[in-house]
Design a protein around this ligand. Sequence first.
Ligand code: G6P
Length: 612
Amino acid sequence: MCGIVGYIGKEEALPVLIGGLKRLEYRGYDSAGVAILNGSLEIFKSKGKVANLENHIVPERAHGNIGIGHTRWATHGEPSDVNAHPQLSQNGNFTIVHNGIIENYDLLKTDLEAKGYTFQSETDTEVLANLIEYFYNQEVEVSAETAVQLALSKVVGAYGLAVLCVNEKDKIIAARKGSPLVVGLGTDAYFVSSDANTFVEHTNQIIYLNDEDVAVIQHKNFTLKNIGNTPVSFKISNVNLEIGELSKGDYEHYMLKEIYEQPNIIKETFRGRLKPEHTEIVLGGLLNVFPRIKEANRIIIIGCGTSWHAALIAEYLLEEYAQIPVEVEYASEFRCRKPVISDKDVVMLISQSGETADTLAALQLAKDKGALAIGICNVVGSTLSRETDAGVYTHAGVEIGVASTKAFTAQVAVLTMFALKLAKAKGTISDADYGVLVKELSEIPDKLASILLDNEKIKQIAAKYLEANAALYLGRGNLFPVALEGALKLKEISYVHAEGYAAGEIKHGPIALVDDKLPVIVVAPQNEHYEKLVNNIQEIKARKGIVIAVVTKGDKRLQKMADDIMEIPTCHPALAPFLAIIPLQLLSYHIAYLRGCDVDQPRNLAKSVTVE
Ligand code: G6P
């Protein structure tokens, strides 16, 4: 959460910073700000999005070749101009942009207050700015980077930060611990950012900073040390990003574009892995560790949000086909317990961004206990992908809409391949079943594309129910996680209270909510649970509830029974989650759109949750 950007080079810094901040808005959009270092330090910041910040910039004061910027997801202090970053130190020597949380900020603040410092904002970041200034003022000889190192040695918590010092006008100091930070190497220029996509049109050469790295970035020089001032070696990596991936194209929103990308994305996820002859599934990233996975006693799958829903789907596949015990955990809760883990366990961490703070902390815990840690991740080069023992990329491309869509189906694609591969290796699936599933899996992209043809119809259904102020989503078996994901999609972008429930549980509470105003979305394609879901639908209709059913194409029975239906093609029941989620994604998109909500940047949310 929060995005930071920095530029030092020959060009004007401001356009680079503003362009970068717009790309980083998926990380938070409560406020935005920039600082430009020329003869003096010019800071512009305001509550709201980057577009609003642009109205507050005085162009004639914003010239300069060095600058830093920030887009905020508020933690300490409400979204306001004064709490926006960059934060300035008391005497104006230092300005700082920061992503993360300084956990001991209260203690540090009290110490600084005792030393005469006063504070303008409620942020933990201002405390850090003043702490750096305090060390800088201690002795004449102290450089800005030393002051930053000394301050960071006192900090408990997480940070990705960039600092400017008014007395040392030729440098940006950048540091990270727990929050992502990359440095881009351009022609006569350096960039620093929370995400490499910020400067993709300027360079594809990047350096990923590691925890406790402190970089000093100058016009023609880059040095990397740690907090203790020991030099640190670094590697220059190439990122392969197409600038087109970052635009909306002809779509009104990123979310809609990303929903429509799914057939191609899934093909991309399968490419080189799901062989055309359907004999072998190749997951190159797991090659070296596969023998250990095959011998594992148990797989623990960990994620947050949508990634956790993908994990739940994997549980059904792995238990049924690979016959291995599976536990699915919220990363945040996994850390709250004292989980019993051994080196016979495989801990699988699922994350689109690869930067979710709780997931990374769970990874650390798993590694400390000696488990094999494997990552299922979308963002190439992310912390998760670098710190797990092995992993598989989902290849969903850049996902910008805060509500995850294509990253989810790509996760399910990887997890399905993984489950089938493991089942085959363990001999727990018959050759016939394996052959059928692999063949059907390769047909999923075309089936997804056929569902998208119903977009207009789904939009009309959305128009009927957009006044509803709550919705219930029901499913059974591997479609229960789809119900959860459908409900999450609706609540996060349209602010309609939505709950996903295991259909068998409705009599234990949710049925009390049913009346003639509550839409109940029932995921009920033809499978072994179909008759039970038909019963659930009867129970809802008997209480005058509104039923919108996701059904297998041609299901006349539910067409009669339900108020509205959304159809999906026939498919193997194990693969139904791929298809059933598509109408639910479209339904929430249209409801949010028709309610006038900010679909891509819903209130209070951020795409990458880098604070705990
Ligand atoms: C946020 C995003 C969700 C995402 C979750 C986990 O809540 O808005 O879309 O599912 O974080 O993120 P991750 O990057 O770890 O998958």
